[in-house]
Design a protein around this ligand. Sequence first.
Ligand SMILES: Nc1ncnc2c1ncn2[C@@H]1O[C@H](COP(=O)(O)OS(=O)(=O)O)[C@@H](OP(=O)(O)O)[C@H]1O
Length: 192
Amino acid sequence: MAYSRVFSDPPSKSIFKTFAVMLLSILASLYFLHCLTERCGTCIPTEKRNTGPVEGFYASKLKDFESLRRKRLLQKWTSTRPLVMRHHSLIRRLEEDLPGIEADGHIFQADVKLSNSLDVDLETGGSYFDTGKLSALGEGSKKLPQAIIIGVKKGGTRALLEFLRVHPDIRAVGAEPHFFDRNYDNGMDWYR
Ligand SMILES: Nc1ncnc2c1ncn2[C@@H]1O[C@H](COP(=O)(O)OS(=O)(=O)O)[C@@H](OP(=O)(O)O)[C@H]1O
């Protein structure tokens, strides 16, 4: 009898202790997991987590960017002379540096790669290089470029284009049109 009393009390205490330790470990683990998920959650904006990929935070930012871009394109831009002058001097330098290049102030041909053109509006009937206005370009607008990036192969023209494309006032064509070196015979209507 005395033997059984000695054994009946200590095990219940030890079970209680074990249970308490287990409970504490579970709570600590839960707290640790909670902290981890909170920490990861700060990497993703809340709206993005709650909505689909084309809605929410990124979509609203994209809309803001698009509206800003449109708004700025709508503004009349009357001081493109520096750009025009730079273009003229670039063509002159090309003529000097690379034999075989012809330039007449409107159109020029060269044996260099003529890369992506920057698609901006032209005044109707205006000279190719003498226009000074920029207007809104809706989807599918067909306009002649106001500036052209020229460069030899592997000259870094793509990088330059991508940097310029970031500016909200600049709209660039997607693929390289290769108008002057491959599609010149198709005419200006093709180029638009
Ligand atoms: N800033 C700067 N400094 C050094 N190198 C540069 C720079 N910008 C672009 N690049 C490199 O230019 C290569 C791409 O040139 P292009 O855009 O003209 O390429 S392409 O001819 O249209 O394919 C491409 O080289 P590769 O990676 O060897 O193809 C780019 O890495």
